[in-house]
Design a protein around this ligand. Structure first.
Ligand code: WTA
Length: 652
């Protein structure tokens, strides 16, 4: 497959960190990075063991990394802890007690600020509330909330009592919620009546009801009242947060957890079948998210840090909640859309709260570019000192715009590559060290033994594309797919079982200086505005519609979203192949999965271009979707007339 991984990008502009930045950075020189990196690879026990000394443990570990049951890693094996004592209690003994932990801004303009002491108090109260509802250590709690403070509080309250949280992004539909609730066997759901988005309210409780009314797994549904959206309450099951949340603070003792106890599940798309519950454990995840946040965001006590990701995605888990809290940071959390009430909302938030570190996604940056510089120029955003991106490859043009217009050609940009599965950032510049290159994630973080290999697992020469693998365990790595160890082994570890490499699923290329550029997914996963979607999942969703006989889905280059979704559909009875039918199918997918999965294009086809052996030629479908002429060898296609018809109709 690596033969197919083409390297087209030629980019050689380099940007060095400024002297002012370097001078104050945690890590200041390439020499320092090299020495730390070398130690992290050669003596991981010493490297991570030393770092872990700084945390609060109920019992210290016997072994820093026990890899005997590979690929299930046991980081800090034998230790006991509670991650919330490290996120919260630990800071209460210091000046951080009265420091702002959370600055929350609602879309309509309401705000809430909580110090570490206050956040601790709220988490303890929410933990007491969950315990009162019968939630115990090891139980799964599903959280489907808008970006309100209760989201962060619920996540931490679960961790405090040792319940495993499963946060579902608020854009998912009831079908997706039902799948996840069932897979996790989650008896408790926390949701809200609704949330704010672009000046309108979105009824979340109704979406949850459509899911949980179809199962008797859910015994309790706790409802936060946020947006005054009409909803129903089922007696005996549904209960308002405000009615059960204790009015008074209680010091709630944190449950003792083993290092390997699962902290959370986060469902994500893979190349096959249903979304999988990626499982993260407690201690390794804690040490990994803490250390990456500290060094990659150069986090200091004076910083005001804003990560725009929703807590429903891994970036929100690791870099809106856990990583920054572990560092005692001041976190900005914003509920709504970047263009409400106007296109300058983000810059307004940055100016208002004097944000110093800003972490967002390339798709957002492309939207800002399109909206125009005037919205940025209205605001004083000179408080910024460091920028980050995540979620998809960033095109050099967007990188340059971010660098010049937001970073005033002064702020380092960390282009961070990682995944739900990796738990924490893996490949990234270090802001005080790395000369950055637009579109390039650059070098591996401490402890990350990244390599680019061919199908046999041999490293490819510099400059040649190949498969990105990780050759050694790292602290924040996933430990399982919920309830499916075989699938965990199969998906990530079977391709290079002999060598014991983790297969990331991305193609990449390394240059002679060791800089790694990510080339995108090599499997059937498409990345739409940084959201991972599986083409298989979209296809099975389409064929579940009674009027669809067969479907093929591909991604294609999209100016704003990175990748758009094109669906090719063969209908059976019921559809006349009209524009209305296309709308019906788009709505169907949005209803089954979520609005972000709505296809950009639907093409009705008489036949799909297949090789004589029956394989769909996706390459051809991608070219049609991108509006290009179909080039290359078509001699193996079975029904060339149907293909020509499809290509011609797509051009109309
Ligand atoms: C892609 C998001 C290029 C990649 C944290 C990966 C990136 C998938 C980058 C994981 C980046 C993430 N450059 N591609 N800086 N960051 N990706 O699980 O394809 O939502 O495999 O985790 O996003 O997406 P996920």
């Amino acid at each position: 497959m690596s033969n197919d991984i083409e390297v087209t990008m030629q980019e050689d502009r380099l940007f060095e960190p400024t002297f002012e930045f370097i001078e104050q950075a945690h890590i200041k020189s390439k020499g320092q990075y090299d020495a730390m990196y070398m130690e992290s690879i050669r003596s991981p026990e010493k490297f991570w063991g030393d770092i872990a000394e700084d945390f609060t443990w109920k019992k210290k570990w016997d072994q820093v990394i026990n890899w005997d049951d590979a690929p299930v890693a046991k980081w800090f094996d034998g230790a006991e802890l509670n991650i919330t004592e490290n996120c919260l209690d630990r800071h209460l003994e210091t000046e951080r007690r009265t420091k702002k932990a959370l600055i929350w801004e609602g879309e309509p303009g309401d705000t809430l600020e909580l110090t570490y002491e206050q956040l601790h108090d709220r988490v303890c109260r929410a933990a007491a509330m969950l315990r009162e509802q019968g939630v115990k250590k090891g139980d799964r709690v599903t959280i489907y909330l808008p970006m309100v403070p209760e989201l962060m509080i619920s996540v931490l309250a679960c961790a405090r009592i040792g319940a495993i949280h499963s946060v579902i992004f608020g854009g998912f539909s009831s079908g997706a919620i039902l799948d996840r609730v069932k897979d996790a066997e989650s008896a408790v759901v926390i949701t809200a009546d609704g949330g704010w988005r672009r000046g309108k309210t979105l009824g979340l409780k109704k979406i949850v009801d459509d899911a949980i009314n179809q199962t008797d797994i859910v015994k309790t549904c706790i409802v936060v009242q946020r947006a005054e959206v009409d909803h129903e309450m089922k007696s005996g099951r549904d209960i308002y947060w405000n009615d059960i949340y204790p009015a008074e603070g209680t010091a709630f003792e944190a449950e003792t957890m083993k290092s390997q106890d699962p902290l959370f599940l986060l469902y994500t798309s893979g190349s096959t079948g249903k979304p999988k519950g990626v499982q993260h454990s407690t201690a390794g995840y804690m040490v990994g998210t803490h250390t990456t946040t500290k060094y990659i965001f150069d986090m200091k006590d004076s910083d005001v840090y804003w990560c725009t990701a929703d807590v429903g995605w891994i970036t929100g888990h690791s870099y809106l909640v856990y990583g920054p809290l572990l560092n005692g940071a001041t976190i900005v959390m914003y509920e709504g859309a970047p263009n409400f009430p106007d296109f300058d909302r983000f810059w307004d938030v940055i100016e208002k709260h004097k944000v110093t570190i800003f972490y967002t996604a390339p798709t957002a940056i492309r939207a800002f570019m399109k909206w125009g510089n005037e919205h940025v120029e209205k605001h004083d955003i000179s408080s910024l000192r460091l920028l980050g991106t995540v979620g998809e490859p960033i095109n050099p043009e967007a990188w340059m715009w971010y660098h010049e217009k937001i970073g005033a050609s002064r702020c380092p940009i960390v282009d961070t590559w990682w995944q739900t599965e990796t738990g924490a950032i893996m490949i990234t510049p270090l802001p005080g060290v790395t000369s950055t290159r637009p579109g390039c994630a650059t070098t591996p973080f401490f402890g990350v033994d990244a390599a680019i290999v061919d199908e046999k697992g041999n490293e490819v020469p510099d400059g040649k594309g190949g498969l990105l693998v990780i050759r050694k365990p790292w602290p924040s790595m996933l430990t399982n797919i919920w309830g499916d160890l075989d699938r965990f082994k199969e998906v990530y570890w079977s391709r290079f079982a002999e060598q014991g490499y983790y297969l990331a699923g991305d193609g990449a290329v390394k240059d002679k200086n060791g800089y790694i550029t990510i080339l995108g997914r090599i499997d059937d996963v498409i990345n739409v505005s940084g959201h991972r979607l599986s083409t298989m999942e979209l296809e099975s969703c389409l064929v579940a519609h009674p009027s669809v006989a067969e479907a093929a889905v591909v991604g294609f280059e999209h100016d704003l979203k990175g990748e758009g979704i094109a669906a090719y559909v063969i209908v059976n009875n019921g559809f006349t192949q009209s524009e209305d039918d296309k709308v019906i199918l788009k709505k169907f997918i949005a209803g089954e999965i979520g609005a972000f999965a709505r296809p950009d294009q639907i093409h009705f086809a008489d036949a799909l271009p297949k090789t004589r052996s029956g394989k769909i030629m996706r390459r051809v479908l991608k070219e049609i979707a991108a509006g290009r002429d179909i080039e290359g060898d078509l001699s193996t296609i079975e029904d060339i007339a149907a293909l020509k018809k499809l290509a011609a109709s797509a051009k109309v």
